[in-house]
Write a protein that binds this ligand. Structure first.
Ligand code: ADE
Length: 259
């Protein structure tokens, strides 16, 4: 099964260029993904092709108008429906994500959930945002990528597409590697080393050269625990640790002891 992203934006080139290189470019060529940028300006209904106007009630900046966004949405929705009819796919409403600092914070868990969708629409706002009425009609999910403000939703949409795409089966060379990465189990990744064995007088940790797989796994797990405890103690609370691991971290003063 492949996954189809549809990005509604005023800057299609930015999105297309950013998402058709490297791993995602290859996955698109292989037919595992499709990433389509739809130019909202193509759906402007006046002769100047303008898509923005002043906000009622005054205030700074311009707002994206409802109608061009709605027409762009409908065009995509129709295209999806036609494809599903052809392919005998599942009917059902396409989820439409609006990128906004006011949304729920994006996370690996949210990415895993969205990766199960066959189609995903991402709506990118610009200027001071989009007329509320069209958001009410088409948006199913409001998502923020973090507590900071960008000039538009394009970079956040690209962050989401990248994160979700690598969870689609076949996109990464190695199907298992997505599972072992940071956050999947609320632990950060262990450090990694490649040739040469000595670089700037720093040696690769001896255990990694030993060929002893059990010891290597144990060392990696410890490194993950240490890194997480030092850099992201908030994550440790959600990680599944054995009693032995909890005691080990407590002895190092990296985890508070229960009274
Ligand atoms: N648009 C502007 N800032 C944003 C953010 N932090 N997340 C999602 N969309 C945005």
């Amino acid at each position: 099964m492949s996954m189809h992203f549809h990005i509604l934006t005023l800057f299609p080139d930015m999105v297309e260029n950013g998402l058709h290189t490297s791993i995602l470019g290859r996955a698109t060529e292989k037919g595992l993904l499709s990433i389509e940028a739809v130019n909202i300006r193509d759906y402007a209904f006046n002769k100047h092709q303008s898509v923005d106007d002043y906000p009622y009630g005054g205030g700074a900046g311009m707002l994206m108008q409802a109608e061009p966004v709605y027409l762009a949405y409908q065009a995509v929705e129709n295209k999806i429906r036609e494809r599903k009819l052809r392919e005998d796919g599942q009917e059902g409403r396409t989820r439409v994500v609006y990128l906004s600092p006011q949304g729920a914070t994006f996370s690996q868990t949210m990415a895993e959930e969205l990766a199960r969708e066959e189609d995903l629409m991402l709506l990118c706002g610009h200027y001071e945002g989009i007329d509320e009425r069209v958001l009410e009609e088409i948006v199913t999910d409001y998502v923020s990528i973090g507590d900071y403000v960008l000039t538009g939703g394009e970079l956040p949409a690209m962050v989401m597409v990248d994160t979700i795409s690598r969870l689609v089966p076949g996109v990464l060379h190695n199907d298992v590697s997505a599972e072992f990465d940071s956050f999947q189990d609320n632990l950060l990744e262990y450090p990694q080393y490649s040739r040469p064995e000595i670089w700037h007088e720093k040696r690769v940790p001896e255990v990694l050269l030993s060929g002893h797989h059990a010891n290597i796994e144990k060392w990696r797990r410890e490194q993950s625990l240490l890194r997480t405890a030092k850099a992201r103690p908030d994550l440790l609370e959600k990680a599944e640790l054995s009693q032995k691991e909890i005691r080990w971290l407590q002895e190092k003063g990296l985890l508070p002891t229960m009274e």
